[in-house]
Design a protein around this ligand. Structure first.
Ligand SMILES: [Cu+2]
Length: 140
């Protein structure tokens, strides 16, 4: 008996099914679990974002893209993917900085409330707002 296992693989197992479809569903679940955890181990940094820390992830993005902090907070960017990046203030941001992030971490203190767009010179483009690899720090 053939069932539409490709589209119905994630449905609950039916106790009336034969053993083979049940095993197939379990195997699909394991594959999905492996895919879901691959992001954190991608590229050898193992960076975990916090309330004041942004990671680079997957070579072309900041994670999280948006971070909200209180005035006076020092935000840290950590290289989580082993690829060289920059953290550069975008045109129109009320604060300017241009930090190279080849490895390890860089930091910048945000003193005044506002919206601070930034981007990576290697994987993004400047603008208002920037595009590609970019992020926003909201200070409030
Ligand atoms: Cu980059």
């Amino acid at each position: 008996m053939m069932r539409d296992t490709e589209t119905g693989a994630l449905t609950h197992q039916d106790p009336e099914d034969y053993m083979r479809p049940v095993v197939f569903v379990t195997a699909v679940g394991l594959v999905l679990a492996a895919c879901g955890s691959s992001t954190s181990s991608n590229g050898g940094g193992g960076c975990t974002p916090t309330a004041t820390k942004v990671c680079t992830a997957g070579g072309t993005q900041f994670s999280p893209v948006s971070l909200t902090v209180a005035p006076g907070t020092t935000v840290t960017w950590e290289n989580g993917d082993g690829i060289a990046h920059t953290v550069s203030s975008a045109t129109g941001s009320p604060d300017t900085y241009d930090l190279s992030l080849p490895t390890a971490t860089v930091s910048h203190q945000f003193m005044t409330a506002g919206t601070y767009n930034y981007y990576c010179k290697f994987h993004g483009s400047n603008g208002t707002p920037p595009t590609g690899m970019h992020g926003t720090i909201t200070v409030q």
